[in-house]
Design a protein around this ligand. Structure first.
Ligand SMILES: Cc1ncc(COP(=O)(O)O)c(C=O)c1O
Length: 392
């Protein structure tokens, strides 16, 4: 029998401020496309240092619209990494284009810029129609954006940041999101801040922002008349209750990120030196990690499976992160991908383990998880991989 869960995997932090904000909307006549959405868009754009924000009903829809704005269409190529949530490659497929994967670097687990340049060169030599680069700021750490932006400007490619896991992170002191042509944040309840379901596209490009507003609203342009639609669009709108919730969360984002940082430090202090546990590592270009999940690496896939089982027996949930996208069944079938193509992503996919992590996690809850991990480490001795430096 599985024991009761001793500590949750994640937990959104909802206070009276959020409850009041949502209830206030419910007492108003405007439940969609109203003032909270505009205010939320302005506030998120400002946080990201961007000129425009466009609210959408998920990170996935935001990425989809960014692919459309980048002109990605049938037969085109978008470069991205396989070490991500499946949505960051699916958005390319929605437009009948081809995601071409590039391996990751082993520190922040983001796109390897050397491999990117190499792959781009080969694609261009083959005559492929490369339209965009979609770097993923995975687990709340930025990609090495400068060389990516440099490559993109050399070859006229759009850069769309998948910042779904990284609101508040900074790259060489600059906030992620609008470093490229556009970027997308996501607000699912496990994220640093939540709107329930929801996302936000940020961009400095006024034309793109107008296009996003039209595309999310069934293709209606601001000047369109009643039931007039200038283009094929979608219903990707973010409602007023979600926007109000998001505004209240955004007002507390710094506190929430600070609390996550503290929990990450507690983990780092307690797990340093535990045999077979590699702590998260921080890339030289990361000036601020926006802690999304706390992910350690075990020595092997077997060690990770044993750890998951053993932790579960103690009532501690833990999740394997990420099965690489190219090895998902339908990607294998459609594109003929095989194991071995992206060794760093596959290695991370075998060994990464996300531990319970949320801003209100107490020191004693962290102790509970760490005691269990030490017990697992002692009992299996199957985990052994000497130390990467702890991230902060
Ligand atoms: C890296 C990444 N991209 C895209 C998404 C998609 O966001 P959503 O679930 O809001 O559609 C997520 C969400 O988990 C994500 O982690």
């Amino acid at each position: 029998m599985t024991p009761p869960t001793a500590v949750p995997m994640c937990l959104p932090e909802i206070s009276d401020a959020e409850r009041d904000a949502v209830l206030e909307v419910l007492s108003s006549p405007v439940l969609a496309l109203g003032p909270r959405l505009s205010a939320f868009e302005t506030a998120v754009a400002e946080k990201a240092g961007a000129l425009h924000g466009v609210g959408v009903n998920s990170g996935t829809s935001g990425l989809h619209l960014a692919m459309i704005a980048a002109g990605v269409g049938e037969g085109d190529v978008v470069l991205t990494t396989p070490f991500s949530f499946v949505a960051s490659a699916n958005c390319v497929l929605y437009e009948r284009a081809r995601p071409v994967f590039v391996d990751i670097e082993p520190v922040a687990l983001t796109i390897d810029v050397g491999a990117l340049e190499d792959r781009l060169g080969r694609l261009l030599a083959e005559g492929a129609r490369v339209k965009a680069i979609l770097p993923v700021h995975v687990f709340g750490q930025p990609c090495d954006m400068d060389p990516i932006l440099d490559l993109a400007s050399r070859y006229g490619l759009a850069v769309v940041e998948d910042a779904c896991e990284a609101i508040g992170a900074t790259y060489k002191g600059r906030p992620v999101g609008a470093l490229g042509r556009a970027g997308v944040f996501a607000f699912y309840p496990n994220k640093q801040m939540t709107t329930g379901e929801g996302g936000m596209i940020v961009t400095d490009d006024a034309r793109w922002a107008d296009l996003f507003r039209s595309l999310r609203n069934q293709g209606r342009d601001v000047f369109d008349g009643w039931l007039e639609h200038s283009r094929l669009g979608y219903n990707y709108r973010l409602d007023e209750m979600s926007a109000a919730l998001g505004l209240a969360q955004l007002a507390r984002l710094e506190a929430l990120l600070g609390a996550r940082q503290r929990v990450a430090e507690w983990y780092g202090e307690r797990l340093a030196g535990v045999e077979g546990i590699e702590l998260p590592t921080r890339a030289s270009w990361t000036t601020r990690t926006s802690w999304f999940v706390y992910v350690v690496r075990l020595s092997s896939g077997e060690a990770r499976s044993a750890a998951i089982e053993s932790l579960a027996r103690r009532g501690i949930p833990a999740r394997a992160y990420f099965p690489p996208i190219h090895l998902q069944g339908f990607y294998r079938e459609r594109f003929g991908h095989r194991a071995g193509e992206f060794p760093v992503a596959e290695d991370a996919g075998r060994r990464c383990l996300a531990l319970p992590f949320f801003p209100s996690m107490s020191e004693s809850q962290v102790d509970l998880v760490c005691d269990a991990i030490r017990a697992v480490s002692r009992s299996t001795k199957a985990v052994s991989s000497p130390g990467a430096a702890p991230g902060t």
